[in-house]
Design a protein around this ligand. Sequence first.
Ligand code: GLN
Ligand code: ZN
Length: 760
Amino acid sequence: MTTKIGSTVLGYPRIGPNRELKRALESYWASRSGAEDLREVARRLRVDTWRTLQDAGLDSVPGNTFSYYDQVLDTAVTFGAVPPRYTELGLNPLDTYFAMARGVDSTPPLEMTKWFDTNYHYLVPEIGPDTRFSLSDRTPVRLFQEAADLGVTTRPVLVGPLTFLLLSKSAEGAPESFHPLDKLDELLTAYAELLGELKRAGAEWVQLDEPAFAADRSQTELDALRAAYRKLGELEGRPNLLVAGYFGDLGDALDVLASAPVDALGVDLVAGSSTVDKLPTLSGLRNKTLVAGLVDGRNIWRTDLDKALTTGATLLGLAGEVAVSTSCSLLHVPYDVEAEERIDPQVKSWLAFAVQKVREVVVLGRALREGRDAVADELAAAAAVADRAKADRVRNNHVRARLQSLRPEHSRRSDYALRREAQEKSLRLPPLPTTTIGSFPQTTDVRKARAELRNGTIDEAAYEQRMRDEIQRVIELQEGLGLDVLVHGEPERNDMVQYFSELMEGFVSTHKGWVQSYGSRCVRPPILFGDVSRPDPMTVEWATYAQKLTDKPVKGMLTGPVTILAWSFVRDDQPLADTAGQVALAIRDEVRDLESAGIRVVQVDEPALRELLPLRSVRHEEYLDWAVESFRLATSGVADSTQIHTHLCYSEFGDVINAIVALDADVTSIEAARSRMEVLADLNAVGFARGVGPGVYDIHSPRVPETEEVTALLRAALEAVPAQRLWVNPDCGLKTRGYTEVEAALKNVVSATAAVRPTL
Ligand code: GLN
Ligand code: ZN
């Protein structure tokens, strides 16, 4: 008889409640400790996770959720997709793995990119005709055994074969016509072997994750999905298979999976809430377990248990068993709300992190099985959710009224020609003006000052003095180098979103709410819980201090509304577009205050514009409309003579290219050094006709570009863009670099510009 899934979660955080894995990894990489120490930390984290999940009362505990770096990289290693350049290094398996993740001197790492629309990043496997898939690493089996030895029967979680191949790229040198999906059959053979071994080790269930089908997929890809799960489903001696699709509605894949010969289907009923209506039409579900993702795995709000239960109840009868789960892995939320000692108690009562979400799943599972009365107490406690809905502090009537009263002209500026003329008069810049993206290196001194302020070693006044000293040094450096539009260097900012969230109403910061971004890198997203407003200017003092030190224009530096939303946990009780409008108003006030204080150039960064793009193209237009509108609302409150810049961190715009035109910024800086200015042709193709600063210095590497190299890039840029529109700047902010290299690189950027100017 098949054991039921009952209640489960699709995955769990792995970095450690106190970022133990981060510390262990970084210590190992720095050779401060050995592989054994690292393995021991990893083992303890796994054991803690299994025990936590089992003790919480989950009926099915996910396994293999641990990773030293990334689950997609793990999958590549498991199935032997290690490019030869890494095996040739002759390192042991652990170090080969880290070489793929981080590179070594001679060999760069695999490319890294965003995991769907989350803030997690995975390593992109390289698959070519020569890749030989085979079961090369048996870690999933070993870890199953490790848990079993402790008395926990886990449900190993694997990246599904389709998602794995769809996220891979063709290896260099593969023929044009090759696609990783061509290798599906060979890969399935290796998956089959692993499934067999897991079954023999005692695994009753294995979970295969196929989130790639929450995005648009071709008929060929859907056919491949059908064929793959037929093949795996028909294997002899296999464990029960749970196929989980999440991050949205599965579209046509829902039907494919519901009729596949697998045992359970996991669906995301939070991001893919429209799925609920389709489930009754799927006859294939009747002999399967439906794993209903009712608890949001991506956000940090307590679940409205009553509502979730009502949804859950409508599903009963549609499937052989209805199990309760999270919408996706809990990898994307912090560990435990109880670890937060400083969050306002009322706001805290509204939150659920991983530990709390596991409990919610358990309660929902019991309620579905035994009825509401069995969990009456828990349901009553969920009244905290209702409290959020009527709490005064989430509403700011002034902000709401202001948003209501907006008219189209609030997000329109004058004709570009007029602005251009006014700005030329006001700024008097040379041709090919040089500038930077905002931040200068964050030195240990700067970080130390921030830490000392936090722990009370220095007071506010001493801190501000240290920041002013740093600003002065940055201004002097830029003057010395001969840059044209200067910046204050952003020393006071820990992070471009957190800094602003701490100064606006409607946000709280967590203390230990870390979420893995990639490898050992974690972020601590602010929590946007209520209507947003800006009680006081946020950047004006720093910018004006910098401006007093120089006659050159100093560029004010702000983060745009979309990026603030993308890097925060956002409220789920109103449309994102409304929240964006509120943030936009706060930024708009700041832009105007900067202008009134004499700042003539203001940059509003939107590096996350493309990040929030919905996975399905039918939803792009709606998103881009409000995203663009919020940027324009933030930046349209100024005179023609004030120059608005924006900055984007990528060079392949894809679906957002028209939106970039629509932003209507006077100057847009973008990444371009590595792609050698190709982006300019893309922009020309859609009629972009504003100032543009394609990066001429790749700040992602410590390398200092030679003057000749920059000159060549500028000449290439001038082939595509008239000199009157071209700006000269690095690819991105300089905060992760050191002063020595930055100074040398900027010096070369300025000399290259000087060399090109006379030829115009
Ligand atoms: N102004 C920011 C900086 O220079 C921009 C950072 C970013 O693009 N991610 O650091
Ligand atoms: Zn950038």
